[in-house]
Design a protein around this ligand. Sequence first.
Ligand code: NAD
Length: 454
Amino acid sequence: MKVCVIGTGYVGLTTGVSLAFLGHEVTCVDLDQAKVDMLRGGKCPIYEPGMEDLLAEAAQNLTFTTSYEEAVPGADVVFVAVQTPSAEDGSPDLRYLRRAAESVAQSLNHDFTVVVNKSTVPIGSGNWVDAILRDSFVQREDRPEGVEFAVASNPEFLREGNAIADTLYPDRIVIGSDNPRSLEVLNRLYRPIINQTFTPPTFLPRPEDANAVPLVSTDLASAELIKYAANAFLALKISYANEIGQLAAKVGADITEVARGMGLDQRIGSRFLQPGVGWGGSCFGKDTKALIATASEYNLDMPIVKAAREVNSRQRAIAVERLQDELRILKGRKIGLLGLAFKPNTDDLRDAPALDIANSLIARGARVKLHDPVATGRFRIEQPELAAYLSETIDDVFADCDAVVLVTEWAQYLELDWSKFVGLMRTPILLDGRHVLDADRMRRLGYRYVAVSG
Ligand code: NAD
């Protein structure tokens, strides 16, 4: 099928490259010329494991452009995967989406095109996009005859760092539309994934437990709500572990064991129960905020979701308090942060806990040293006021340091020769922000090991 993808960020790029790999003819559009130039050269503008390999394997079916004119005409499916950041009032900023929809309408010329929202958008946005498309289309002087289109929602569940596997071997695919023909087109588009009939990429074999993928085919509003409801649930699961973690610290229980004991109950499940400095990234913060904002339009309160957000921001503050408890005085202390990206295997810094922790320490007069194995390039661009605090080497982070915080559990940090660094520190305080290090071993090596809960 002929596919157009608008936006080549984490979601759009993964969608476009994966569909091209499956044999569809895909054109990706982005307004950012530099991104398009990189992608044309086979280079990936984001850090996503495997993406450059998949780009190479899918190259013959893939085109990158800044021109809607080149991409939209003739497309059976147009995915819109532009960013939807939070506006001032907590509701999602839909300007990018509006602009994309208006541009798509200027170039529609096929007998039937499904315009699919892949961006996370508030409930009702499908109808809103439909209205924008229709208004913009009827205003076209060159409006072609016999053109039909319909809007669908196909929320994205990929995790950065695991984006390709999540796309090719997903837990489920959700498609929502009030137009049966759209559902049929999308069903056809995704058939190779639903039935798992494609030959896997050379670098990413099919997992042994991969089965046919359930397709949830529903109305527009339900598909839109599924995305928010799922993200808010994952966010509150982490916050719940953190709330229990604070109690565990008070009563002398080990939250890692508590979480393990809870998670083995299949009704609960062990994922997203890790205690620590909490969630970050581009989705949980803005999606929980958006859910609360949508509910308030219907005079509904969302106390559980609100509490999950409060617990999460408290965890970041607690990390700083733990350091203060240990050091007593933060002013003038040298404190190293290991990990800036909001989680391992991505360079995404949006709403990363490290940013709040670093800013809070700096505001208290500490001298911070920041390190990340992959995100420092992006950090320099997005956080220029903090760039002076970056360290190129781990030795530099530990040298004469009063405390080190493990903020992001990159494999590189877990595999460090920790015995080598303890002697470099002025005081060997190690705050494990993710509860992933072996406390006994760290203590044996000479660290004063502290965890966020405990
Ligand atoms: P992103 O910021 O990485 O990428 C968005 C891209 O769209 C950018 O490259 C930008 O230049 C481009 N763009 C903006 N306006 C455009 C326009 N009018 N025409 C063409 N290109 C345009 O965003 P992302 O992380 O990929 O997220 C996209 C959406 O998917 C968001 O709604 C997000 O909530 C949702 N989502 C993200 C993830 C994730 O893990 N990142 C997971 C699930 C859902």
